[in-house]
Design a protein around this ligand. Structure first.
Ligand code: ADP
Ligand code: TPW
Ligand code: MG
Length: 572
């Protein structure tokens, strides 16, 4: 007996090595759904002092990990079982990669010998091959002594350069493999300087400043890459020193307060249309910016300066006349340095025109945001929530839906960096509850999730998770009875309702009561305000069913123009 124990003490196994490798690299929180072969791994992690949060669906655990990565600059880790669990998590891994968030998806898998001969193992699937095209990197570890290096590679791949999603495949057998404990400890790798600074070439900085200086109607666009970079003070200093109007992309709102006098947020169309030089900082010229295809006064093409860590991003849609490749912190510091002390502000007719437009638009909206209509419209309901965020600027706002997203984005001012988390580059529905959970877990701040009723449905079961961990999350479901509107009719006149319509007068508030949370129905902006303030004062898991006029929204919110138009009528 004593001999056996002595022998055990000199051995370690795959389970221990995974835990030791993660902890060594300061990864202490795991988002997961248990099952073979990772149930015990989760248990042992918990026993070793890690925080292991279990979800009701892997996609939501994955979205939690993705946003954890965005908020912390460390890869968020999602852990799933093989085949179906892996596939459920994969959507989130692809989402993380698309959005440049660092994340690691660890999935258990079945035995190589059986998978490769396709002999039908329990949950058999060649996961590595499937993950590869959907993430930044994918690795499989077959030997216990490679766990340390495998995890190190995964971390570095996720956070260095342009961040993204990494898949790590752990066959069940690996976890049970044993090896000498001392050798095991030596095999662990602490990643040194996982995301090293990448300094821009000095001539690229000078070129960018030249182009900016020569502009008559310059505009800075801040994207979520700028928010991710956590170079908040330098970015603010750069924007202020330049005197250039700026537009925040959705998740960059609050990097500088939306009420800043250089914000062109409320004059977005004018700023985008008439600017002659646009400087992108951590934002891509994708569909969200019409691929950079707009022209400017005199039908001249716009000139673009782009600051990004990914060299391949340059010229992806249009010519970039001044690419600045490097990490945003280093690039902005170099730009500031190069501006010297005698930088002159852009022409005042341009900055004045933007300012005037902002003021007119803000003044026009103000009374509409104060309406107390019943049933509520988006302006009345969001006007109430806007005031709450103004009073509680540290609260994290999670937002998804169509109208619910588009109106909230433009109505609710943000005051601090990384406080607005939403559907990201894909405009994906279903990120809501996973995002809200990770935001609460990673920051400890109060979370306000503003959810379309359809959007909420994609991850609604996770309100049990919110209640289980007693998280300070207040979910407001904008209940307009459907997707875009609750008024759709079945064109055939048949008994099925329209494809965009849900059950009338649904009581989403009752769902959270089933798990011990607080449920409230609010039919007026005043009632909504009261319910959300109470939730935020108490920090209790709360769901407010906000009853919205079912006719208030529009098809697809602000992106209805992307719907293909039917040209040939259907044959009867
Ligand atoms: P948005 O949707 O807000 O416009 P995107 O996701 O399109 O933002 O763009 C983010 C960009 O930021 C990506 O091109 C990415 O390479 C870049 N990026 C991310 N982190 C950094 C960083 N630390 N330094 C420089 N660029 C970064
Ligand atoms: C994974 C398509 C875009 S917006 C939306 C859907 C289904 C729901 C809009 O209704 P909601 O908001 O949330 O009630 P509102 O205020 O306009 O009524 N599947 C995925 N992602 C997307 N984007 C869709 C479908 C979609
Ligand atoms: Mg809806």
């Amino acid at each position: 007996m004593a001999e056996e124990m002595a022998e055990e003490a000199t051995l370690t196994d795959g389970f221990n090595l995974v835990i030791d490798a993660l902890k060594l690299n300061d990864i202490n929180t795991i988002y997961n759904v248990p099952g073979i072969p990772i149930t015990d791994l989760g248990r042992y992690m918990q026993a070793a002092g890690m925080r292991v949060l279990s979800f009701r669906h892997e996609q939501n655990a994955g979205y939690a990990a993705a946003i954890a990565g965005y908020l912390t600059q460390k890869p968020g880790v999602c852990m799933t079982v093989s085949a179906p669990g892996f596939l459920n998590g994969l959507t989130a891994l692809a989402h993380a990669t698309t959005n440049c968030f660092p994340m690691i998806l660890i999935s258990g898998s079945s035995e190589r010998e059986i998978i490769d001969l396709q002999q039908g193992d329990y949950e058999e699937m060649d996961q590595l091959a499937i993950a590869k095209p959907l993430c930044k990197a994918a690795y499989r570890v077959l030997h216990a002594e490679d766990i340390g290096i495998g995890i190190a590679r995964a971390i570095r791949a996720a956070v260095s350069g342009r961040p993204g999603g990494v898949y790590l495949d752990f066959p069940a057998k690996l976890l049970a493999q044993t090896m000498d404990a001392a050798a095991g400890e030596q095999s662990l790798v602490k990643v040194i300087d996982a995301a090293p600074r990448q300094l821009p070439a000095p001539e690229s900085v000078a070129r960018a400043l030249d182009v900016l200086k020569g502009a008559e109607r310059p505009l800075i666009i801040l994207g979520k890459g700028a928010a991710y970079a956590q170079a908040d003070d330098a970015i603010r200093e750069f924007v202020e020193k330049s005197g250039v109007p700026y537009l925040p992309m959705s998740m960059a709102k609050g990097l500088l307060p939306d009420t800043h006098k250089q914000s062109a947020g409320a004059a977005r169309s004018l700023a985008l249309k008439e600017s002659d030089v646009v400087m992108l900082i951590g934002a891509r010229l994708n569909w969200l910016l019409s691929h950079g295809k707009g022209r400017t006064w005199g039908d001249k093409p716009k000139k673009f300066i782009q600051v990004d860590i990914e060299p391949k991003e340059m010229d992806s849609n249009v010519e970039i006349v001044a690419p600045v490749v490097g990490d945003i912190g280093s690039c902005v510091a170099a730009l500031l340095d190069g501006m010297g002390d005698s930088w002159s502000a852009p022409p005042s007719d341009w900055t004045g025109a933007i300012r005037e437009k902002v003021e007119t638009n803000v003044a026009r909206m103000a009374p509409r945001l104060q309406n107390n209509n019943v049933p509520m419209d988006y302006q009345g309901a969001l006007g109430a929530l806007r005031t709450i965020i103004k009073q509680r600027p540290d609260a994290i706002l999670v937002n998804e839906g169509a109208n619910t997203l588009d109106f909230a984005r433009s109505i609710i001012d943000m005051y601090k960096p990384r406080k607005r988390l939403d559907v990201g580059t894909w405009g994906v529905m279903g990120v809501g509850m996973g995002t809200a959970i990770a935001a609460a877990v990673e920051t400890g701040n109060q979370v306000l999730a503003i959810e379309g009723d359809s959007a909420f449905g994609f991850s609604g079961m996770e309100i049990e998770t919110i209640c289980r961990y007693d998280l300070p999350v207040c979910v407001v479901v904008f209940n307009n009875g459907g997707i875009y509107q609750g008024t759709g009719v079945n064109p055939s006149g048949g008994s099925d309702v329209s494809t965009t319509v849900f059950v009338k007068d649904s009581r989403y508030d009752k769902m959270i009561e089933a798990f011990g949370g607080v449920g409230v129905t609010a039919t007026s902006p005043d009632a909504l305000s009261q319910a959300v303030n109470a939730a935020m004062d108490s920090g209790k898991p709360t769901l407010v069913n906000a009853v919205i006029d079912e006719a208030a929204g529009t098809e697809s919110g602000r992106i209805g123009n992307l719907n293909p138009q039917r040209v040939v009528a259907q044959k009867k």
